[in-house]
Design a protein around this ligand. Structure first.
Ligand SMILES: [Fe+2]
Length: 231
């Protein structure tokens, strides 16, 4: 079956109805990482609605935007890894010899895959309403990792430009303070991607980091990175 464009499938003028994305549960490792991870989620643009102190580390509730404050969707929870999961991760990592000279070769292959393509495995993406906001996020993350010792070496940013071909998009990105010198390209047109890897939040197959994605789609694009994947 040929690929269909979104406009073939739905009337995009209709308001959203039916089920929605409910919540995402994230975890940090050490209790002292809780406030740092929470501050990072706030920097990502999430709105913190609750911080509940618990013996093993704070429990936080965030919403993706102010419209979800009292709703049951658009929520991100953040809490400490439960002890059984910590033990499972430690056992997996010991069995693979991670950090030793006998590290299993699959570990290096997995990490190399993620370095080449941060969205190749588990990750979570947010859509940002303006390119300026996305550029400000990248600049703020660069400032944080350069000037705040709590975040140094704990955040890694990778970016993809829109595929070239649209003169207006290309010119805007050439002039961008963060995308101007970007040499990576997305799997589609009309949008850009920013990937943030951080060990302040633990997920993924090795339980050592979380990959977030932040996208912007240029207006009036019939085909873009989030509507059609192009090889
Ligand atoms: Fe993605």
């Amino acid at each position: 079956m040929a690929t269909r464009s979104p406009s073939d499938v739905i009337d995009q003028t209709l308001p959203p109805a039916g089920q929605s994305m409910g919540h995402l549960a994230l975890h940090y490792a050490a209790p002292e990482d809780g406030p740092l991870a929470a501050r990072l989620l706030s920097l990502f643009g999430l709105i913190q609605t609750q911080a509940l102190p618990l013996p093993g580390g704070n429990f936080y509730r965030f919403v993706v935007n102010s419209g979800h404050f009292a709703r049951g969707d658009g929520i991100v929870y953040l809490s400490a890894l439960p002890a059984p999961q910590v033990r499972l991760i430690e056992t997996i990592r010991a069995a693979l010899g991670i950090g030793t000279e006998h590290e299993h070769e699959v570990v290096g292959s997995y990490r190399a895959m993620l370095a080449a393509d941060p969205e190749a495995s588990f990750h979570f993406g947010f859509l940002i309403p303006s390119l300026e906001e996305l550029e400000s996020l990248v600049l703020a993350l660069r400032d944080l990792t350069a000037n705040d010792p709590d975040y140094r070496n704990r955040i890694h940013v990778t970016m993809n430009r829109a595929r070239p071909g649209d003169a207006a998009v290309d010119a805007r990105l050439d002039a961008s303070p963060v995308f101007g010198d970007c040499t990576r390209f997305a799997y589609g047109r009309g949008g850009v991607q920013v990937f943030v890897e951080t060990d302040l939040i633990r997920a993924g197959q090795l339980g050592e980091a979380m990959h977030f994605e932040f996208d912007y789609v240029f207006p009036d694009q019939a085909s873009h990175i989030l509507s059609i994947v192009e090889l």
